[in-house]
Write a protein that binds this ligand. Structure first.
Ligand SMILES: [Zn+2]
Length: 416
């Protein structure tokens, strides 16, 4: 057996074991705190809501564990099991150019993997989300969404993949810098176009009506010196009862988006505080920092691929008998998460640090008290657990656990 196969299997086993163990810890921790609302939330969250959050968290984690088992099996079947080789041999038999062969084989593997994951996502939407009263999607909506996503992959994903494969085939040893530059340019273009071109395909965006909420928001934007290209309400309730608010787009194409569910459940000054938090992410340069971090990470990724692509053991070690540029790219996309998953706590750490900074910004430009009450409502209505396992949340959470986050906001209130 190739030594790289052994390393791959060890990492796969370790990443699965660590995630499974963390998830077991999370389930046990949540269940052991299910009987009682934590002291800090006794006045604001009912026992019934707390227990719903516990049951919802456990149900999602159990499904997540099942999904990881499936993912491990699929990854092994595709690599060492010969799935990728079968796809490439099939396309080679059709007698197309190397570029079309590579493109076809990659698309086939992605499609097959997506179809295998489909039952889990159906179960998530129509069983779990439904049981906890969050699902508003219909089978018709679900199928429409799937077809729309598939069409977008064909229209946007395939051409960009073809361009990258062409660069890999034609440019020589420095291909990986060019491929990286193309991918970066493409992602910037997509995030600029997303709010006006892609998002409206899935949801309806209505400009926020004139009135006291709009005035409040405009004053906040002015206080913070922030330019946006409009405030919109999105019909998130079409699919789900979960509420959220976000910024989208870049440069002069930035939009503020509130889910209709959020606008319904929060008071105006709570919405103002939630928005001030989101503005904090821009004003503290989190968005640009994340962008640079991901650009650096993908440059490193392409450089590593530039090295691996020349090494025969990379292919044979992962069950591919005939090296090709497309096979290398595909293997890299499928296998690299097995190795990078251990960096997740680092990225979670920085994300949580950014959340604290955005909260401080919000408490300077809006009322910290209203952010706290808004957050408590969001936790309660989204059935997010208030009692996550400390290790699980350190590994996975992009947001600080509720109790710690609110503690920080309260101390910001006292010091101001
Ligand atoms: Zn945030």
């Amino acid at each position: 057996m190739n030594i790289f196969t052994v390393i791959f299997l060890l990492f796969l086993l370790a990443s699965f074991a660590v995630q499974y163990w963390l998830s077991k810890r999370q389930i046990n921790h949540v269940l052991s705190h299910r009987a009682e609302v934590p002291e800090a939330f006794k006045a604001s969250i009912a026992l019934e809501a707390h227990q719903k959050a516990a049951d919802y968290t456990v149900a999602k984690d159990k499904l997540g564990n099942f999904d990881s088992v499936i993912s491990v099996i699929v990854l092994l079947a595709m690599t060492l099991g010969g799935g990728i080789s079968i796809a490439f041999n099939f396309w080679q038999g059709l007698g197309f150019s190397p570029l079309i062969t590579g493109l076809g084989a990659m698309a086939t593997v992605f499609l097959v993997m997506h179809l295998i994951e489909l039952p889990t996502s159906i179960y998530q939407t129509f069983i779990i989300e439904d049981r906890f009263g969050f699902n508003n999607s219909t089978p018709k909506q679900f199928i429409t969404d799937q077809l729309l996503q598939l069409s977008l992959m064909m229209i946007i994903g395939l051409p960009i993949l073809a361009l990258i494969l062409w660069v890999m085939e034609s440019i020589g040893a420095s291909w990986w810098i060019w491929a990286w530059a193309i991918l970066m340019g493409f992602s910037l273009l997509m995030s600029w176009l997303f709010p006006t071109l892609i998002a409206p395909l899935f949801n309806k965006f209505t400009p926020l009506e004139d009135g006291s909420l709009k005035d409040k928001i405009n004053q906040l934007l002015e206080r913070c010196g922030f330019q946006s290209n409009g405030i919109f309400i999105m019909d998130g309730s079409r699919r789900s009862g979960h509420g959220n608010a976000y910024f989208t787009g870049m440069g002069n194409n930035k939009r503020i988006v509130f889910f209709d569910t959020l606008v319904e459940s929060l008071a105006d000054d709570e919405l103002e505080a939630v928005l001030a938090h989101e503005l904090g992410h821009f004003k503290c340069k989190h968005v640009i920092k994340m962008l640079i971090a991901s650009a650096v990470m993908s440059l490193i990724g392409f450089a590593v691929l530039g090295w691996l692509i020349e090494e025969p053991w990379f292919y044979s070690g992962l069950g591919v008998d005939e090296p090709s540029k497309a096979a290398a790219l595909l293997l890299f996309m499928l296998v690299s998460p097995v190795f990078t998953v251990f960096m997740q706590p680092i990225s979670s750490f920085f994300q949580r640090k950014f959340e604290f900074e955005a909260d401080s910004f919000a408490s300077q430009h809006a009322e910290a008290k209203k952010l706290i009450s808004g957050l408590v409502k969001l936790y309660s209505e989204n059935a997010s657990t208030l009692t996550p396992d400390p290790l699980y949340s350190a590994f996975h959470y992009s947001h600080p656990p509720a109790a710690i986050r609110i503690e920080h906001l309260e101390s910001a209130m006292q010091s101001s």
